[in-house]
Design a protein around this ligand. Sequence first.
Ligand code: THU
Length: 145
Amino acid sequence: MTGQENGLSREMIGQMIDLAVEMMQRAYAPYSHFTVGAALLTKAGKLYGGCNVENAAYSPGSCAERTAICKAVSEGEREFRAIAIVGGREAVMDGYCPPCGVCRQVMREFCDPESFRVILATGREEYKIMTLQELLPESFGPDNL
Ligand code: THU
């Protein structure tokens, strides 16, 4: 443990990455061929998965992270601890898939920037952990309104 895990066990991180990889296989990405999977962990310990879902009109497409967050919120969840993300062209995980700016902002709506962890993975044993604060410094959130 380096501290960045913030209480997340190796086993939990592994489970999250496994679910993210499983979700990536369900990605609907016929236009970009870039498939992404995410696994979102609630504070109560439940996992919600998501994949990217593209659209012929392009802009209605959703990223994997937002799919997972919308699934969880629509089930009544609003408190989250961490999200694992994997992705790559044709599901080849040859590099980290950092969340896009829109997804970072959507995380900011529900997650505390200092404690929420974003796990960027290329495999079960290969990952790095960042805080939302590192990914979205000086952010605008619900507390600004
Ligand atoms: N994508 C995600 O699902 N998450 C990200 O964080 C980055 C991008 C998706 C959107 C689109 O379907 C494809 O990857 C290429 O941008």
